[in-house]
Design a protein around this ligand. Structure first.
Ligand code: IMP
Length: 241
């Protein structure tokens, strides 16, 4: 069974290969489908962007598809930069400029709380999607520290640590990061789905009332239950429209 990851980022693919090693899936990436254009991340939420990417790739390829969207929310800035994290200081995306803007915006503020969020969406080939999320809470310091990582890492100290993400070893960051937690949640939540579903089986079982759906179909649980469709057939939020 093929699972397409809607990313052209090789680093993300390596992380996924390691984490999903036990799944009986053949992982493909957006690089395997150059004919599919870049999906514009114009949603107002991480959820909307992740679902849009996953559904676009699932429908275009006829395979199951996985996509993520992540960013930083800062309490004193009404959760900015949020979905605009990559281009906070404008186009083109620029990490030093983003960090400089964040420090400017927080100048003089005592509330430095911030939270990294990562949402991962999984879509079946028909475009029915559900999500999991990982969060990492911490605070923004007043000057850059550390050289590893990327993005806002040199300014972010996670709760329970004294070093920034850019100072911590990569394995420590990965174990507690929003992305690490979201990937772990994805693994926990969807492993069974891929273990029990054979290649080529229909995306949904409810067409056949004799088939028990719980634990076998694509049913709402936990966070994803927020996206439960108002339709009576118990499908997840659909993005067919
Ligand atoms: P993406 O959705 O994973 O591409 O992340 C969007 C933006 O959020 C990135 O360009 C970074 O600015 C920021 N970001 C996401 N995850 C991290 C992280 O782990 N460390 C630092 N910045 C991050």
């Amino acid at each position: 069974m093929k699972l397409v990851v809607a990313t052209r980022n090789k680093h993300k693919m390596e992380e996924l290969h390691a984490l999903l090693a036990s799944w009986p899936v053949e992982l493909l990436s957006a690089l395997d489908f150059p004919e599919i254009p870049e999906v514009e991340e114009d949603g107002a939420t991480f959820e909307a962007n992740a679902i849009k990417k996953a559904v676009t790739f699932a429908r275009a390829t006829g395979c199951w598809a996985l996509a993520d969207d992540s960013g930083l929310e800062v309490a004193a800035l009404n959760n900015a930069p949020g979905v605009y994290s990559a281009r906070y200081a404008g186009e083109p995306a620029n990490y030093p400029a983003n960090n400089a803007k964040l420090l400017r915006e927080l100048s003089g503020k005592t509330d430095r709380r911030a939270c990294f969020r990562c949402v991962i969406a999984l879509s079946d080939p028909q475009g029915h999607a559900e999500i999991v999320e990982g969060r990492c809470a911490g605070h923004i310091i007043t000057a850059l520290r550390g050289t590893s990582g990327f993005g806002y890492d040199p300014l972010f100290v996670p709760d329970g640590q004294t070093q920034t993400f850019a100072e911590l070893p990569a394995d420590v960051k990965n174990a507690i990061s929003h992305r690490g937690r979201a990937l772990q949640a994805a693994h926990d939540r969807w492993q069974e789905l891929f273990m029990t579903r054979g290649a080529g089986s229909p995306a949904h079982k409810e067409e056949n009332p004799a088939t028990p759906s719980r634990g076998r179909g694509f049913q709402p649980r936990g966070i994803a239950a927020r996206f439960k469709s108002p339709m009576k057939n118990n499908r997840q939020r659909t993005t067919n429209n």
